[in-house]
Ligand binder design. Structure first.
Ligand SMILES: [Fe+2]
Length: 353
């Protein structure tokens, strides 16, 4: 008996599409030819926000180094999708739902990665999180009318504590949370070493830096997640010795590796850009602009601001400015960036598709 057949007999409880809370507004599922979650996947992969991930930071700013080799947010997303599909199949979960959450999980990531999020938080005084904004973006600014389960999975993917996730989070949502961390934990060390910003000695043994590729690390941790999940009967990667080692290594690389990286120049550039957008964008929200901007656009803007103090810059030349909705009646602070606005999922009459 193959491993795949063996796992199938022990599969977890997959989320059943027929139990979905549906979409915010009625959706035409094209005569039932495409399932609800497959439709979510297709909408996300065709969206403008998704396409821009190819020029957004995963770990290094995409245009500042050898662009062909530095990993971008799109590559990260696609490996998360592939590994999520594989793992969901092994666990007997709903593969279409897991894939839809995985493809959308970082759809609203800011320019320059987490540094961009920190700058928005600093400049606005309101904590900005890409997972919450992902749910807002997909409902309002590029309305994709996704299912509740896909949106709640996007929202919850950054919660590293399963108990802190919404009560109705699906097992597929929990799986994407784990596969996301496994992916960057597997790949980041290689990028940091390749670009000589980290030393081999900084990484604990769990990474097997000289022996394993990123794919080896992903496979190792994924197999352990599958083993623990099948033993417990729910998606889990917390208690087996490999999981404990994994989470303590994650804490360690935050304190011993990421904190040593010098982001000062990029941070100051982003603050200048944000303040410039606040001044120059009339009737538009600078936060949405900042989130839609790609790394190349930010680099170009920074350069031109430095050369001319911004005098000759026509913002309409930048494609991100053409994607922005108008502020309603000139109101500022019209969006609560702390609220994923998923309350409609609890109202049965809205649950339709
Ligand atoms: Fe991610």
């Amino acid at each position: 008996m193959s491993i795949m057949e063996n796992d199938a007999t022990l599969s977890l409880l997959a989320f059943d599409e027929r139990s979905s809370k549906g979409c915010r507004t009625l959706r035409d599922l094209e005569s039932g030819q495409v399932g609800l979650f497959q439709h979510d996947f297709i909408k996300i992969i065709n969206s403008t926000a998704f396409g821009r991930l190819v020029d957004k930071t995963q770990i290094f700013v995409t245009s500042s180094r050898r662009k062909s080799t530095v990993r971008n947010r799109m590559q990260h997303t696609m490996t998360v999708v592939a590994n999520t599909i594989y793992t969901a199949k092994r666990l007997g979960l709903n593969v279409e739902l897991a894939a839809a959450i995985a493809i959308g999980h970082d759809i609203a990531h800011t320019v320059y990665g987490h540094l961009g999020e920190n700058v928005v938080t600093m400049c606005t005084g309101v904590k900005f999180c890409h997972n919450i904004y992902g749910s807002i973006l997909a409902q309002y600014f590029e309305p994709l009318n996704l299912s509740y389960e896909t949106l709640s999975g996007i929202y919850a993917h950054s919660f590293k504590d399963v108990l802190a996730m919404p009560n109705d989070i699906t097992p597929e949502g929990i799986l994407v949370m784990y596969m996301d961390v496994i992916d960057w934990m597997a790949h980041d060390p290689d990028s940091l070493i390749e670009f000589r910003v980290a030393d081999l000695k900084w990484f604990p043994n769990v990474f097997r830096i000289n022996e394993w590729s990123a794919k080896d690390r992903t496979s190792h941790w994924t197999e352990e997640l599958i083993r623990e999940s099948l033993e417990k009967g729910r998606v889990s990667f917390l208690d087996c010795p490999e999981a404990k080692e994994f989470w303590s290594a994650k804490t360690l690389i935050y304190s011993d590796v990421y904190k040593k990286l010098d982001h000062r120049l990029h941070k100051q550039a982003l603050i200048d850009i944000f303040e410039f957008l606040q001044k120059r964008l009339v009737g538009k929200d600078p936060v949405i602009a900042f989130d839609m901007m790609t790394d190349s656009e930010a680099m170009d803007l920074e350069q031109r601001m430095r050369n001319s103090y911004g005098k000759d810059i026509d913002l309409s030349e930048y494609s991100f400015t053409r994607l922005l909705p108008d502020l309603p009646d000139g109101q500022e602070n019209w969006i609560d960036f702390r609220d994923p606005d998923l309350g409609w999922g609890d109202v049965p009459e809205n649950a339709r598709y």
